[in-house]
Ligand binder design. Structure first.
Ligand code: AKG
Ligand code: FE2
Length: 231
């Protein structure tokens, strides 16, 4: 894994301005292939979801069990430590009292005490024709305002279509869509629920949802890192 990260100040500023940031590649192609191959590993998962059964779109995903694979656990801890200060800044701007510790383990103890004790990191697999409906990943009252998605395949080569889509719902205005097609190994950090946007009378809440456009060819496997555990 490449040294995390490069220029966190830029990343933190980008997050504050837009609600998302694309990090330069953090994982080598070998690490990506290894992570993607975990999709078929037995015993690593607590739950397997077939999306079409729930109206979530089409495709499959699996929630990891604890203990997480070491690379997944390391990434979750390191990203959390960098994101917690921005999360606290956002809560202050939005008038939310909750503050996050810098240490993921301390935050997870808070989640677990509130009954949110199921691990939420997941691996998703989409084949041609699959897609993921726009959604938010909330699993209880407690949540962390950012999450991350790691792109384990190379667009153009391994798959076509399957763009990562974000939709910002601006209060009393029409929505704004952003479409990303990151390279293998890249990580997108994005807003879980809502972000503060500056208005004439202070900050207001802009709600964000994310999803995946239809995969037209090939297979797309991604790793999702959610920093709150679920009920
Ligand atoms: O497959 C993707 O890029 C999106 C995955 C997702 O919804 C998530 O990680 O929360
Ligand atoms: Fe999601």
């Amino acid at each position: 894994m490449e040294q995390l990260m490069l220029d966190w100040t830029t990343c933190q500023n980008t997050l504050s301005e837009t609600g998302f940031a694309v990090l330069p590649s953090l994982l080598s192609p070998d690490e990506c292939r290894e992570l993607a191959s975990l999709f078929d590993a037995p015993d690593l998962y607590r739950k397997h979801i077939v999306m079409q059964k729930h109206g979530y779109g089409s495709g499959e995903y699996k929630y990891f069990n604890y203990p997480l694979p070491p690379l997944v656990d390391t990434l979750r801890h390191e990203l959390f430590a960098q994101l917690a200060p921005v999360a606290n800044d956002w809560n202050e701007k939005l008038g939310i009292d909750l503050r996050y510790p810098n240490n993921l383990d301390t935050w997870l103890i808070t989640c677990h005490k509130a009954g949110q004790n199921r691990p939420t990191p997941l691996i998703l697999k989409y084949s041609a024709g699959d897609w993921n409906a726009l959604h938010q990943d909330m699993y209880g009252e407690l949540y962390f305002p950012f999450q991350a998605v790691l792109f384990l395949n190379q667009p153009g080569q391994d798959y076509a279509g399957g763009e990562f889509v974000m939709l910002e719902q601006r209060p009393r205005m029409q929505s704004k869509a952003t479409v990303l097609q990151p390279e293998q190994g890249q990580v997108v950090i994005f807003t879980t629920k809502y972000r503060p946007a500056k208005g004439s009378q202070g900050y207001y809440r802009v709600s964000m949802r994310h999803g995946v456009s239809e995969v037209r060819r090939g297979t797309r496997v991604n790793l999702g890192l959610i920093f709150h555990d679920g009920a």
